[in-house]
Design a protein around this ligand. Structure first.
Ligand code: PHE
Length: 429
């Protein structure tokens, strides 16, 4: 846990028992890779913006939001697992790093904006591997209409449908309106149906814009699948997936904005839809980028490959060799099986609570930063007599921009070891 109050962009945040944001994470706060003109994340942002050309593009100035904005005003229940200290980064009990761009919905509606798009960095505590990184990027997009304008939707929808007819697109949509995914009771079902239709047409055409060219090269149509989902701030809610290289790839979450959200923003006489799209996974598949950490490299061999407005295939350059080290340890005595929700009760710090892999990974990242490529559980063991549990993790190190020496790696490994012993109460084997 940190010792001095956080100071971010000139603002001081006093510490309390919720403070769990490490400096390595705060150092990402002003990088803004989604705004570098020829960065893949930014290229996709721009394509989405071009697609929704009548939407106002917003870029919030800081990722720090209140817990109220990130969760409460969007209707997240008090015991929602996303609120846990093992899943989110808190500055203190009142402020946190946003975990999704939806944190800016209410303030944007409050500004009177009906059609807006927002791109931003979001933060979630997570495992470490080639597709997970604690900082990533999302785009939020919404269209809301004054209720007395909703009668214009059927015509708009007919136009959108006619354009989609011309695209080689196979939409698999078996979603239904049901008690588990209902229209809102304040909505005229005819209106809700038209909003849902507009949402589906708008996103299907966005997905065709992003994937169409590459996916339909072999003459097969692009397959898009709509499935029922649940979000506290939309209903009905959906997730959208695209068929890509033999797998369904989850792209985004969306739905009809909960009327409560609009009421809180002081615009109770509007209704519409919202979506949230993750940019990293999308960039990895569209640009063939094999490792999420490449988005953060400063290596010109990465950056010179991309240019604004173009989706091109990344050509891997030779990477420096990896080096792995294993670490075996006993969990603190009395630790039962890992509890994924440990921390909900608001107990910060590692000591005295169940072992959680995210806490372990966090310390690894703290010490080794981007030098650690993967942390993999390779062995688990429960002592037959004492029933004490042990785990063995393999830490794989690699530098993006140079070779690592064995001594250097040993030193990192030792530091990780010292810290996990000190902070997590575990014992090396
Ligand atoms: N914020 C949601 C997420 O991060 C996505 C979402 C956005 C869902 C807008 C519905 C509407 O998973």
């Amino acid at each position: 846990p940190p010792r001095q109050p956080y100071v971010v962009n000139g603002q001081t945040y006093p510490l309390d028992e919720w403070s769990n944001t490490p400096p390595s994470i705060l150092s990402k706060v002003n990088r803004n890779i989604h705004l570098l003109p020829s960065h893949p994340i930014s290229i996709l942002r721009q394509i989405v913006q071009d697609h929704f050309s009548s939407h106002t593009a917003l870029t919030p100035s800081t990722p720090i939001v209140s817990v109220h904005q990130n969760f409460d005003e969007l209707g997240f229940p008090p015991d929602h697992p996303g609120r846990s200290l093992t899943d989110s980064y808190y500055l203190n009990r009142e402020y946190m790093l946003r975990t999704h761009t939806s944190a800016h919905e209410v303030e944007s509606y409050r500004r009177g904006l009906d059609k807006w798009l927002l791109s931003a960095d979001v933060y979630r505590r997570d495992e470490i591997d080639s597709s997970h990184y604690p900082v990533f990027h999302q785009m939020e997009g919404t269209s809301v209409w004054p209720i007395d304008q909703l009668h214009t939707l059927p015509e708009l929808n007919a136009q959108l449908a006619a354009q989609l007819e011309k695209c080689p697109l196979l939409i698999e949509d078996e979603t239904t309106i049901s008690p588990s995914n209902p229209y809102q009771k304040h909505h005229d079902p005819v209106h809700a149906e038209q909003i849902t239709r507009h949402l589906k047409h708008s996103l299907n055409s966005l997905i065709f814009r992003l994937f169409g060219q590459q996916a339909t090269k072999d003459g097969e149509p692009l397959r898009v699948r709509w499935i029922e989902a649940y979000f506290p701030f939309t209903t009905p809610s959906y997730e959208v997936e695209v068929w890509w290289e033999g797998e369904w790839l989850e792209l985004l979450g969306c739905g009809v904005v909960m009327q409560k959200t609009l009421d809180q923003a002081g615009v109770p006489d509007k209704a519409g839809w919202a979506f949230g799209l993750g940019l990293e996974r999308l960039s990895m598949v569209l640009f063939s980028i094999p490792d999420i950490r490449l988005f953060w490299t400063q290596d010109p061999r990465f950056h010179t490959q991309f240019s604004a407005g173009k989706i091109t295939t990344f050509k891997p350059y030779s990477r420096y060799p990896p080096c792995h080290k294993d670490m075996s340890f006993w969990l603190p005595p009395g630790t039962m099986s890992p509890d994924p929700d440990a921390g909900v009760a608001g107990v910060a710090g590692g000591k005295g609570r169940a072992f959680h892999e995210n806490d372990y990974c966090e310390i690894v990242r703290e010490v080794a930063g981007d030098l650690v490529e993967t942390v993999t559980l390779i062995d688990e063991f429960s002592h037959p007599k004492t029933s004490r549990q042990s785990k063995c993790y393999r830490l794989n190190y690699r530098h993006m921009d140079r070779s690592l020496s064995n001594e250097e790696v040993n030193e990192l490994q030792q530091k990780v070891q010292d810290r996990v012993v000190e902070e997590m109460g575990i014992e090396m084997r």
